[in-house]
Write a protein that binds this ligand. Structure first.
Ligand code: SF4
Ligand code: SF4
Length: 418
């Protein structure tokens, strides 16, 4: 039980944290599911250990600085939630904690603070991120010695950046209209792989879905929310509440991290004037794979005599409970053999900006994931999140494996011929 939550830590987010903490019975069933516990073998880097630490900070029994390294090492992958028999809503604890206590009382080193600042400044703004990424590519090419704090950032950049794509605000359905949706275009995705949105529009149109892309939309706010910047997360949520129209059947995302953040708008705006609107908004959000699965996929008509694998993005599988729809869509491709990756439910180490914050753990998880993909014998691997795809591409290349990592919708798009 949380007995004495400090007055300055009460309020809507404080009550969410208190509810989550009070449900933990310390049974330890979550430990084996937690990638950082498996990696580091320390109780304080397990879900149970972190819950105890955060509880003690909330009660004023422990300085926040003592808990911070362990809280920072949490991926936010939520693998602990489905493993918990008591139904502890860990997500209601970790992000509100970071957005209140973690943000106010942090003591990170200057390198970590610089990387966080760069990520929060550039990633949510595609135009600025594109310029920064190009500068990073030049720096990597012409200045092989880069300051250590910047190396995790530069390491993750691709060989080159694809050209920017201007997305249409309206894409009509092909044939009879089965649904009308609005698409969240994503931020980093528009820079690192704009073809994901192109493929998404093509598959949706082919499946009778009319798509609008509201121009006034912005970043989902997930990066700010998961790194402890509540005001920025709330500003992003308010902007999107105003931007998305009412005359649609669903708000569609094709990036698991963004979809997960949109599903948390009710929590992000809890206790504010927009709380009710945010709750209604998040109920309209759906991953593109779920939408297509519910509608019933128009059968792909191109044969793929290849073996493919699907990697669960944590923010799709654990945060949104979406595991089977993407697999069902891929299995609809004629001739395709879909294989499972061992440990598919374990995080690849991308986890938003985790590979910038905790490069060593992220690299160990990424390497293990890439080895599992190679061992599966797959010719390609699909996933539903740009962060996971970037991480997979980086570590598969480091292993010397010529296995492309692509978005599920890119695979599907290629499975249709006109
Ligand atoms: S499984 Fe659930 S109840 Fe048990 S220690 Fe983990 S979070 Fe607490
Ligand atoms: S969110 Fe992931 S890393 Fe964090 S405690 Fe849960 S399982 Fe472990």
């Amino acid at each position: 039980m949380l007995h004495q939550i400090q007055p300055e830590r009460q309020g809507p987010l404080g009550s969410a944290m208190a509810d989550a903490v009070s449900r933990c019975v310390h049974c330890g069933f979550c430990l084996a599911a937690c990638p950082t516990y498996r990696e580091l073998g320390q109780e304080m880097d397990s879900p149970r250990g972190r819950i105890v630490l955060m509880k003690q900070v909330l009660e004023g029994q422990l300085p926040a600085a003592a808990a911070q390294p362990h809280v920072d090492r949490c991926l936010g992958c939520l693998a602990c939630e489905p493993a918990c028999p008591s139904g502890v809503p860990y997500r209601d604890l970790i992000s509100p904690y970071r957005a209140t206590i973690g943000a106010a009382e942090h003591t990170r080193d200057s390198g970590a603070n610089l990387r966080r600042w760069l990520a929060s400044t550039f990633l949510p703004r595609p135009a600025a991120f594109r310029i920064a990424a190009r500068a990073g590519l030049l720096a990597r090419r012409f200045f092989p010695w880069t300051p250590p704090p910047l190396r995790p950032l530069l390491r993750l950049l691709p060989e080159s950046l694809p050209a920017a794509v201007a997305l249409p605000t309206f894409t009509p359905a092909q044939g009879p209209r089965r649904a009308r949706v609005a698409l969240l275009a994503g931020c980093a995705q528009q820079v690192l792989d704009p073809d994901i949105n192109v493929a998404t529009l093509a598959v949706l149109a082919r499946n009778g879905v009319e798509v609008v892309i509201p121009r006034a939309q912005g970043c989902c706010g997930g990066l700010a929310w998961h790194t402890g910047d509540l005001p920025a997360a709330q500003a992003a949520a308010r902007r999107n509440l105003a931007a998305f129209p009412d005359d649609i059947d669903a708000i569609v995302t094709n990036a698991a991290g963004c979809g997960s953040a949109l599903h948390e708008y009710g929590l992000i705006l809890r206790g504010t004037d927009e709380a009710e609107q945010a709750e209604a908004f998040q109920k309209r959000v759906v991953d593109v794979s779920v939408l297509l699965d519910r509608l019933g996929l128009v059968p792909p008509n191109r044969r793929f005599a290849r073996r493919g694998a699907y990697q669960d993005a944590c923010h799709l599988a654990n945060a949104q409970g979406v595991r089977q729809p993407p697999r069902r869509l891929l299995e609809a491709i004629p001739g395709l053999e879909l294989v499972e990756i061992e440990g598919s439910d374990q995080c690849c180490g991308s986890a938003g900006t985790y590979n910038l914050d905790q490069p060593d753990i992220a690299a160990a998880l990424g390497r293990r994931k890439a080895e599992a993909v190679v061992a599966s014998g797959a010719d390609w691997v699909a996933s539903g999140n740009i962060g996971c795809l970037t991480q997979l591409q980086h570590h598969l290349k480091a292993l010397g494996a010529a296995i492309p990592a692509r978005h599920t919708l890119q695979i599907l798009r290629d499975a249709y011929v006109e």
